[in-house]
Write a protein that binds this ligand. Sequence first.
Ligand code: SAM
Length: 444
Amino acid sequence: MIAQPTHISLVAGSGEGADEAIATERAWEGAGLPGVGLLPLQGALLENIRTAPLEPIHFGQLMPAVFACYVNDTPGERIAAAVALALGDGGRGVVRAVAGPGTAHEKAQEAERRARAALEAHGLPLAELQSAQAEHVVEERGCVVAAAVLWTDTRESERDDWAMEAWTPHVHCRFRVRERLFTARSPYQRIDIVDTAEFGRMLLLDHTVQTTERDEWAYHEMLAWVPLMAHPRPKRVLIVGGGDGGLLRAALAHPDVEEAVQVEIDRLVVEACRAHMPRLSQGAFDDPRARVVYEDAFTFLERVEEPFDVALLDTTDPIGPAERLFTSEFYGRVADALGEEGVAAAQSGSPWFQPEVVARSVRAMRSAFPRVRVYLGSVPAYPGGLWTFTLGTRGRDPLSVPDPELQDRFRALTKGQEARFFSPGVYRAAFALPPFIEALLNDL
Ligand code: SAM
């Protein structure tokens, strides 16, 4: 949704002083804008300011911005700057600016002509045209004439819709909501998809952030690719939960994967995310290698016949439908569903705000696998940002994967797609734990 600005000011001013910076400040004071945030930049960034990009601007951007600034130290010369704003229908507009020797009237005419032409070039009918101009006759060194357009989308700043997650009873995190896209109550949970100002589209289940467009890749790359690299030949993958489809996309990006079975309890999460957050699954649900089973993973795992190589557990927190997925009994079922060298990995919570979730996952994983490692990632929309994943394996230690193998498989993995968080170096580094997390694990 494009927000319309409700306040637009066009300003222009001129000044003269010992140097260009002082003159610029005077120009802005003359324009009625003392102390605007951009003033301190002027001395340092005159070049940038003079060459400010004159691109079409989408409304909804918050800015003060300078669009013309002309500096001159030739006594007697007349200098001028003007900026024009052409508004089209449908919430879009263009800004054009002109500065240089000459009169303010000439500059304003030129700026208006260019603004009108730019709007026409975008096929937008002109709804409104405004301009501001300033002129100055240079007396001595260090003169400036400047013009700017400033606008604030007050609807944006006044809008007061927030999605809130309680990280603890005493720490709450709020995300400004631009638009509510989907809200429903399924038999399992409340589902919300909102468009947020900072994190893009966001999925919340029972008011808990599950994933966001801004940082989902940091989470999904680490949850999928670390265990897939730890296993020497991961052909069959099981995904538990993960209804948004981001993990399925990441798993299928791995060239070894021939089949991915996703067991998700809530069909409505998948449908809502496919409709409103398609950037997460990017068509993965239609991949011929993917199969989605709508069932409680706890019961699904009672009847697995063909073993999986890797199990990825992308479940909600241990309350509601996922409660049983954090038990030793469930991890036992996961281990039984895996082959000889089977690897399982689970998101296991924040070491800062949910040490009990980390402890519960590690204990449950240790009860089912002979070797367990915790590794770290960074997911800024989750409590505290620093995130733990717990990996259990029946095969080789993930730390023993040789460097050449890691490099080769990473190259094959990223062919055709960009890795944005994961790399061979990050794989290694992720297993290095700060002492406070080591201590938490040692106490278990
Ligand atoms: N990244 C996540 C987080 O922050 O907790 C998890 C995202 S993913 C959307 C979690 C999914 O697990 C949800 O879609 C939920 O329906 C599913 N889920 C919860 N309990 C389940 C169960 N018993 N069996 C299968 N799926 C389950």
